[in-house]
Design a protein around this ligand. Structure first.
Ligand code: ADP
Ligand code: MG
Length: 223
C-alpha cells in the first residue's frame, strides 16, 4: 500500500537576530498505513518545526510533503484546510480543549464540522472516551478534569474523524512520568485499534521505544 506520509527533501530555515538557522536540512520520511513512528530528538532539534510543516500549519518550507497521496505544496489554502480536516488529527503537549464545552462536546464538535450526524457523532465520541476510561467524565469541562484526563480527551478528539495520520507533539510532555506512561499506552492502543498511522514527537527515549519505529532528528537530518 502507498504511504500515508511521504516527505522528501524538506528544508526549513528561520532568521533569528539577523542570523539564518537551517533547522531542517533535507528531511526524508515515509510513514506507512497504520504505522506508529516516534520522532526523537533533543529540545531545539526541530521536531515541532517538522510536525508543523507536515500538519500544513506553517508554510515557508522547501521540498515535498505528500499526505494520503496528495502533494500539499501544490494545493491552495482551502486545499490545505481540507487535507488537515479529512486526513490528519492533532495532539499537542497542552490539550487546547475548548474550555466552555464538555469532554464529549469537545469530541463531537470536530465531527459536526466534518459533516457527521449529531447522533452518530455523540455515539462515536462516547465510544472513544469510554475506550480511554472516561465514560464517567463525559459532561465534565476541561477545568474539572485532571491533566491526564484532559490529554485523553485531546486524544479522542484527534481520532474523532478517523484520520489516516495522527500528528502528536510531545503528547504526554506535560504529565508526570507515571501518568505519561499510562496515557501514552492508551494512546498507542487506541491508534492501533483505529488503524491510524501516527508520527509522535518526543525527547523521551523510553517512550519512543514503545512505538513501531524510531527516527532521530539530528543536525537537520533524520536518521
Ligand atoms: P523541538 O520541537 O525539537 O524542541 P523546534 O522545532 O521547536 O524544536 O525548534 C527548532 C529550532 O527552530 C530552534 O532553534 C527554534 O528556536 C527555531 N524556531 C522554531 N520556530 C521558530 C520561529 N517561528 N522563528 C524563529 N525560530 C524558530
Ligand atoms: Mg517541540
Amino acid at each position: 500500500m502507498s504511504d500515508v506520509l511521504a516527505v522528501t527533501g524538506l528544508r526549513r530555515s528561520f532568521v533569528q537576530g539577523g542570523a539564518r538557522i537551517d533547522v531542517l536540512r533535507g528531511v526524508d520520511l515515509h510513514v506507512g498505513p497504520g504505522e506508529i513512528v516516534a520522532l526523537l530528538g533533543p529540545s531545539g532539534s526541530g521536531k515541532s518545526t517538522l510536525l508543523q510543516a507536515v500538519g500544513l500549519l506553517e508554510g515557508g518550507f522547501e521540498g515535498s510533503i505528500r499526505i494520503a497521496g496528495e502533494e500539499a505544496a501544490q494545493v491552495d489554502n482551502a486545499g490545505r484546510t481540507r487535507i488537515r480536516r479529512d486526513a490528519l488529527g492533532f495532539v499537542y503537549q497542552f490539550h487546547h480543549l475548548l474550555p466552555d464545552f464538555s469532554a464529549v462536546e469537545n469530541v463531537v464538535l470536530p465531527q459536526l464540522i466534518h459533516g457527521a450526524e449529531t447522533d452518530a457523532a455523540h455515539k462515536r465520541a462516547e465510544g472513544l472516551l469510554g475506550a480511554l476510561g472516561l465514560g464517567h467524565r463525559l459532561t465534565h469541562r476541561p477545568s474539572q478534569l485532571s491533566g491526564g484526563e484532559q490529554q485523553r480527551v485531546a486524544v479522542a478528539r484527534a481520532l474523532a474523524n478517523r484520520p489516516a495520520l495522527v500528528l502528536a507533539d510531545e503528547p504526554t510532555g506535560n504529565l508526570d512520568e507515571g501518568t505519561a506512561d499510562v496515557v501514552l499506552g492508551e494512546f498507542l492502543r487506541l491508534v492501533r485499534g483505529e488503524g491510524s498511522a501516527a508520527l509522535v514527537a518526543t525527547h523521551n527515549e523510553r517512550l519512543a521505544q514503545k512505538m513501531d519505529r524510531v527516527v532521530r532528528l539530528h543536525d537537520g537530518h533524520l536518521n
